[in-house]
Design a binder for this molecule. Structure first.
Ligand SMILES: [Zn+2]
Length: 230
């Protein structure tokens, strides 16, 4: 969720989450309020989203409209935001890095905080440079870190467009984990495509959600951070 404080965007998202197309509980990985944004309103909406599905942290490192870091200490910002959520009584243990950014220190912070990470993607985001830091993983796995900790990775496997193009085709992979932005829902074409794609997915695959996966999955695969860029 990019713009939970935008009433029009929020209303679309809340309606979709309540409607559960395909029967799915839809997770809300939310960008915490930035300087000047209304914390009280944000917390109200985060609590409402958490009643309807899994809740997670979506860190933007630079600005509300600039997800990837442009300086500073990315891992420190993750710890700061995780601590902010905890101090507000939000029990959150799912993470997705803005712009699919990650690095070893961020992964170490997440493992230490007990988060499961959804930042890895089974596809290469087209807007990223070939050498941009990211994790390329197609199936849930543990990522072995230099500290000896392991981070549970629940990769994102499909964009909204990829999911919609699979309505009549096999999805591939043991787990389908699709993402979209709350702002996509303002566009009626994208909103309709998402609802149709979720209905089709729900009819064709056994359903789970990120919380259930996080608790229940024991990935067979373990990989190291250095070898997981693809
Ligand atoms: Zn974002």
């Amino acid at each position: 969720m990019e713009r939970p404080l935008d009433d029009g965007v929020w209303e679309r998202f809340a309606t979709l989450q309540a409607r559960r197309p395909g029967g799915f509980r839809i997770a809300a990985l939310m960008r915490p309020p930035d300087g000047g944004e209304d914390e009280v309103a944000w917390l109200g909406r985060a609590r409402a989203a958490a009643e309807r599905g899994p809740l997670g942290l979506h860190t933007h490192w630079t600005a509300p409209d600039h997800a990837r870091p442009t300086g500073g200490d990315p891992a420190a910002r993750v710890r700061e935001q995780a601590e902010w959520l905890r101090s507000r009584g939000l029990d959150v243990a799912l993470f997705c890095g803005g712009g699919w950014y990650t690095d070893v220190a961020v992964a170490e912070a997440l493992a230490e905080l007990g988060y499961a990470d959804c930042t890895a993607t089974g596809f290469r985001p087209s807007y990223l440079a070939a050498d941009a830091p990211r994790l390329g993983v197609g199936e849930p796995c543990y990522v072995e870190l230099p500290s000896g900790r392991r981070l549970l990775e629940l990769p994102t496997t499909h964009s909204l467009g990829m999911l919609a193009r699979r309505i009549l085709l096999p999805y591939g992979g043991s787990i389908v984990h699709a993402y979209f932005h709350d702002t996509d829902l303002v566009d009626s074409f994208r909103r309709t495509a998402l609802v149709a794609a979720l209905a089709s997915l729900g009819a064709r695959r056994r359903q789970t959600d990120l919380t259930e996966l996080q608790r229940g999955i024991r990935p067979v695969k373990t990989m190291s951070f250095a070898n997981s860029r693809g």
